[in-house]
Design a protein around this ligand. Structure first.
Ligand SMILES: *Cc1c(COP(=O)(O)O)cnc(C)c1O
Length: 387
């Protein structure tokens, strides 16, 4: 009889009476209520659990069709998707690749893996994305490419970036890890550059647990990516003429990805609902939700909140944590990390300001209106009390 009242706590190792358990809100949790189980069961019962099997090609075809691009190939995570994109374009030692300092570390690491040098740029105050004027300033003879991450799901200024790439004959690589389903002037992110990379980590808009995709329009470029992800295999079996990698995705991951993609429109609609509900709850307060530019469609990978002062952040995060609400700080500017701080002596005032004042709130598609209003109310209350 007690069994129904006393439950295993998901968050610690003890047992609690159910009524004492506070509802917990992680920043993210995937929604896996579609065909995921059915397709994964198919992999297990058929024995196709490696990268061979039908789900990789099915996921690639569905993904290319969704995006409206000619080619897509699965890989085992988003970081290696970027690595292969850079390698396929021939980027390596002696080359410079321009990237914003306000991004996730993987955008910069992928450049470093190739032996090329990352060159940092600042961000724009309104969209938080890379500043095209600063890109112009940082171009040199050694610049080969611009790596364009659409941070938190808001598109970069593609018109300006494409123009710079055209004028200076640079490659444009889109890092769409956070921006599947986002649009710039009506077109989906991932369709603007020479090549694009996506991530399907557990907290991304669609997930395979760990996983990624490389997409492009050029058939020769995708062949290079496929060869590099598959140990540099030549046309002859077991004969390798390039030093490649094993960056393949398993059939099981692809099965999950295919099922996730079937529900992408719902996920994005739910995420926009989450962002809009926070936004209206914070209206008239000094708290600002990451705004959407008029020519853009923001997929709100994670809902980001900008606080009026930097020194509020630590205490607000502690307060929310005690209420069972997880938050995370926005990305620290990469140029400040000891592994990369030798690359520049410049300051990046906009990126530094935004990164220092922002947090991500619980942002998963299954949050209810009541959940969101509860989180917003506590956040507002804390901010008022500390004005
Ligand atoms: C998640 C992410 C990546 C890397 O993806 P993984 O699948 O975690 O390797 C790359 N760039 C950005 C901007 C990301 O958010």
């Amino acid at each position: 009889m007690l069994g129904s009242l006393i439950k295993n706590c998901h968050y610690c190792t003890r047992m609690h009476a159910e009524s004492f358990m506070k509802k917990m809100y992680p920043v993210y949790q995937p929604s896996l209520r579609g065909n995921e189980l059915k397709y994964v069961n198919d992999c297990l019962t058929s024995g196709w659990i490696s990268s061979k099997g039908k789900y990789n090609s099915a996921f690639e075809e569905a993904f290319a069709a969704y995006l409206g691009v000619a080619h897509a190939t699965t890989v085992c995570n988003g970081t290696v998707a970027l690595h292969l994109a850079l390698l396929a374009l021939g980027i390596g030692p002696g080359d410079q690749v321009i990237v914003p300092t306000f991004t996730y570390i993987a955008s910069v690491n992928a450049i470093q893996y190739t032996g090329a040098t990352p060159v940092f740029v600042d961000s724009l105050a309104d969209t938080w994305q890379m500043d095209p004027q600063d890109v112009q300033n940082k171009c040199s003879k050694a610049t080969k490419a611009i790596l364009v991450p659409h941070i938190y799901g808001h598109p970069c200024d593609m018109k300006s970036l494409q123009q710079i790439c055209r004028e200076r004959k640079l490659f444009l690589i889109e890092d769409c890890a956070e921006a599947i389903g986002s649009r710039y002037e009506g077109s989906l992110m991932g369709t603007f550059g020479d090549i694009s990379a996506f991530s399907f980590f557990g907290n991304k808009t669609i997930t395979t647990g760990e996983g990624g995709m490389v997409t492009c329009h050029d058939p020769q470029l995708i062949e290079k990516v496929k060869k590099l992800k598959n140990q540099g295999l030549s046309d002859k079996e077991y004969w390798h003429d390039t030093v490649g990698y094993n960056y393949r995705m398993t059939n099981i991951c692809a099965a999950i990805g295919l099922a996730q993609l079937e529900n992408i429109d719902r996920f994005i609609a739910d995420k926009r609902f989450v962002a809009e509900t926070y936004q209206s709850a914070f209206a008239g307060s000094p708290l600002v939700i990451h705004p959407e530019s008029p020519n853009c469609f923001h997929s709100y990978w994670l809902v980001s909140l900008l606080l009026p002062q930097k020194d509020l952040r630590g205490d607000l995060r502690k307060f929310l944590k005690a209420e069972g609400i997880e938050t995370r700080p926005l990305f620290y500017p990469v140029h400040t990390m000891p592994i990369y701080d030798h690359l520049t002596t410049e300051s990046f005032p906009v990126a530094t300001d935004i990164a220092g004042r922002g947090i991500n709130l619980p942002s998963y598609p299954d949050l209810s209106r009541e959940d969101i209003l509860h989180i917003a109310k506590l956040t507002l209350q804390f901010t008022k009390d500390h004005e």
